[in-house]
Every structure is written in C-alpha cells, then in structure tokens.
Write a protein that binds this ligand. Structure first.
Ligand SMILES: Nc1nc2c(c(=O)[nH]1)N[C@H]1C(S)=C(S)[C@@H](COP(=O)(O)O)O[C@H]1N2
Ligand SMILES: [Mo]
Length: 199
C-alpha cells in the first residue's frame, strides 16, 4: 500500500491560527444523530458533469486499491488533531475513472442523514484527499463516519463529510449544509476562513 505523508501545512506554521490541540482525544462533531448505515444497500456514486458515472456497492468498493494518508485535522470550532493515519481510496484515483468535464469546477457531496458540503474540484486532485474507511489502522467507528467518509485535510473538517454516499460534479458552486448556515464557502484554516459573515 502506498503511504503518503502530507505536510498539511505546506511549510506554513503547523497548527493554524486560533486552533488548540486535542492530543489523543478525538471529538465527534455531528449535526444531528449518527445515521444507521445498511451495508447491504449501501452504494457510492459519482456523477454530474463526468465522462463516466460510477456506482460501487460495498463489495465493489472494497475491491479498490487503497492508500494511507497521514494528515492533520482542523475543526472550525478550534480543535485540531495531528498525525491521523487515514486508509482508503485515493480521490485522485477515482477522478481518473470518472473523468470530470473541464467545466466541472466544483463538487457537492451528500451523505446518509442528509448532510451536504461543497468545494472546488481542485481540492480533490491533491494527493491527500481520500475516501477513508480506516483511522489509525481501525475501521472508522460509526460516530466518525463509518463505513466511509471523505477526508480533505487542507480544509476545515466540516468539508470532510462522514457517511458519504455520493459526489456530484457541477459548474457553479452550490452551498452545502454549513455553507448555507454561515460557514465559509472555501474554509482554509491558515487564512481562518471560518465564517462567511464578520463577527
Ligand atoms: N455527514 C456529516 N459529516 C460531517 C459532519 C456532520 O455533521 N455530518 N460534521 C463535520 C464536522 S463540523 C467536523 S469537525 C468533522 C468531525 O469529524 P469527527 O466527528 O470524526 O471528528 O466531520 C464533518 N463531517
Ligand atoms: Mo467542525
């Protein structure tokens, strides 16, 4: 398995401004309850502005090759957890299969439980973006997004959607749940892009 160690901070100060470290603790941050996920009917789809729409059952998903990404996690509510080992499918790898059209500049994801979020497709092309099934070697617990979640380490963690079920490629940015409720459209922790309004 390929192991990718990411300098999430890209040479900047390791911990972004205004963040504190949680050490070995790992808070669960979910809006609403943890959804029930039935693997017998679970699927993951990639569609919208792509050459090849993709759909995987849970068995098919587990046939895909995996990578290990070591990366930090920064929640907009100010906690950071360093050196997480995420195991899963490289997002880049699936982009090569789905082949988004040139006009697909943004994506929107949806989850079991109804959560949504969005970001530029360019973020998915970074080597540290992963569809994770494991954290520090163990299958993701339900509270942390098991069976599968998106991880985009370079953005605030609300973009790292848990219980992921689908990804849509779109031409115009489309706000997800927190983006409609006052969070920043992009969410770069080093620029403290926390909220879309000024406090
Ligand atoms: N489906 C879903 N994904 C989600 C959330 C959520 O409420 N629902 N919360 C987000 C937020 S705000 C954060 S900080 C991280 C937290 O991940 P964790 O609970 O595994 O620490 O998940 C993100 N992904
Ligand atoms: Mo968060």
């Amino acid at each position: 398995m390929e192991r990718i160690e990411i300098d999430t901070a890209r040479g900047k100060e390791r911990v972004p401004p205004g963040q504190y470290l949680v050490g070995d603790r790992w808070p669960i941050l979910t809006y609403g309850p943890t959804p029930m996920v039935d693997l017998a009917i679970w699927d993951f789809t990639m569609g919208g502005l792509v050459e090849n729409s993709l759909r995987f059952s849970w068995d098919e998903w587990n046939e895909l090759s995996t990578v290990e990404v070591v990366a930090d996690m920064h929640c907009v509510t100010s906690w950071s957890k360093l050196d997480n080992v995420w195991t899963g499918v490289s997002v880049r790898h699936l982009l090569e299969m789905a082949r988004p059209n040139p006009e697909a500049e943004f994506f929107s994801v949806h989850c079991d439980g109804g959560y949504t979020t969005n970001a530029p497709v360019a973020e998915l092309r970074e080597e540290d973006a992963v569809f994770a099934t494991h954290h520090n070697g163990a299958p993701l617990e339900a509270g942390h997004g098991g069976p599968m979640r998106l991880v985009i380490p370079r953005l605030y963690a609300w973009k790292s959607a848990k219980w992921l079920r689908g990804m849509e490629f779109i031409a115009e940015d489309k706000s997800g749940f927190w983006e409609r409720n006052g969070y920043h459209a992009y969410g770069d922790p080093w620029q403290e892009q926390r909220y879309s309004f000024r406090l």
